[in-house]
Write a protein that binds this ligand. Structure first.
Ligand code: SF4
Length: 387
């Protein structure tokens, strides 16, 4: 019998979460990459033991959806054969590491990520489930806007640093001590009370006044950031977007068909390593200006049993009406699973219709309440108000 996690935990493979369409089984690729055989095998497992749908999460993981309690054990066997399964749930929950997809052969990225995975697995640290790490050690940072609490980055002069999320500067480190300093920072987070109360995240802990000890304090300015990449060909392969971050198993096979491997990103895009042409498919976003890039929507009804409305149909219909520099988030309830931050326009389903929020998160105060699906579709210009 499978172990079903308490709602609110981040699901894993060993601790799946129950959703409206069955168990959600999260698969965390080691080092943020699947080789071609793992990608094909994952698509097969989603087809055999799930409902065929696979999510891409904002933590650069896959989620196989619609798994039954009976199918879960067989799915775990399949993941173990693909070498995609941790030994125990604790090791799995600790392996919360974002990795820049733009690494090159022979640079430090993959070895840093592997060393960090190993150090965390044996650390015994009682970190909150959403607490995570980023290895973003390119000349320019690409993961600065993605969720992570401890970041291994480069400084402007090119050396490595370890930075607490929310701190302006990081501590310079050598390649040899980068991982141990990152783990020491996580230990400090716990011992200094970061896990108490409602904080649970590094930036909130620092904003609340926690002061880093001298041994972890740094004065090194991190490297500049670059904008989130768009779909299209790049020197490393094909960057492929996925509408609403969800794709059928067949689309995953399509992305992997001409690739040497798949590199995961937190932007609901996959880098098909070495691909020379863009894959084409109904669920794939292959153009940099596709309106689908302007909308975010959670699973919604009928996939999520908490949902108070269908979200994706509405978001897809509204996408062409959203300005190129704006973003629309349609959430099936106030929880905001798909995006917890602010967007230009947010629609939150309630039992009395949609609430409209401008420049806020799903939990912010609405400027209009009780909008019906029909009214919104007929008057999309009202969403932006005076814009
Ligand atoms: S935000 Fe969406 S996916 Fe999350 S619980 Fe609400 S309806 Fe479900």
């Amino acid at each position: 019998m499978s172990t079903v996690a308490i709602k609110g935990w981040c699901p894993g493979a060993l601790r799946p979460m129950q959703s409206g369409d069955g168990l959600v089984v999260r698969v965390r690729p080691y080092g943020g990459r699947l080789d071609a055989a793992q990608a094909a095998g994952l698509a097969d497992l989603a087809e055999c033991y799930g409902n065929g749908l696979i999510d891409l999460t904002s933590r650069a993981n896959f989620q196989i959806r619609g798994v039954s309690d009976q199918g879960h054990l067989s799915l775990l066997d399949g993941l173990a054969q693909l070498k995609l399964l941790d030994h125990d749930p604790e090791a799995e929950s600790h392996r919360n590491i974002l990795v820049t997809p733009f690494w090159g052969i022979g640079d430090d990225t993959r070895s840093l990520a592997a060393e960090l995975e190993q150090a965390l697995a044996g650390s015994g640290l009682a970190l909150p489930t959403k607490f995570g790490f980023a290895v973003d050690d390119g000349k320019e940072r690409v993961l600065a806007g993605a969720s992570a609490d401890i970041r291994i980055e480069r400084g402007r002069a090119g050396g490595l640093l370890v930075r607490a999320d929310g701190a302006e500067f990081g501590r310079s480190v050598t390649r040899g001590d980068a991982v141990s300093v990152a783990v020491a920072l996580a230990e400090w987070f716990i011992t200094s009370g970061g896990t108490s109360g409602r904080r649970g995240r590094m930036a909130a802990h620092i904003m609340a006044g926690a002061r880093l000890p001298d041994a972890l304090l740094g004065r090194t300015e991190p490297a500049p950031t670059i904008a989130v990449p768009r779909p299209g060909l790049c020197p490393l392969g094909a960057m492929v977007g996925v509408a609403f971050g969800q794709l059928p198993h067949s689309a995953l096979r399509l992305i992997a068909a001409d690739a040497q491997g798949l590199r995961m990103t937190p932007w609901r895009m996959i880098l098909a390593e070495g691909a020379r042409t863009m894959p084409r498919g109904a669920d794939l976003i292959t153009e940099a200006d596709d309106p689908a890039l302007r909308v975010i929507a959670c699973s919604g009804a009928p996939r999520c049993r908490e949902a108070l409305a269908d979200t994706r149909t509405l978001a897809a219909a509204l996408a062409p009406h959203i300005a190129a520099d704006a973003r629309l988030h349609v959430s099936g309830c106030a929880k905001g699973c798909a995006h917890s931050g602010a967007t230009a326009i947010t629609l939150v389903a309630t039992s009395a219709g949609f609430d409209l929020i401008r420049d806020g998160s799903p939990r912010a105060a609405p400027v209009m309440r009780g909008l019906s699906h029909g009214v919104i579709i007929e008057n999309p210009s009202m969403l932006a108000g005076g814009r």
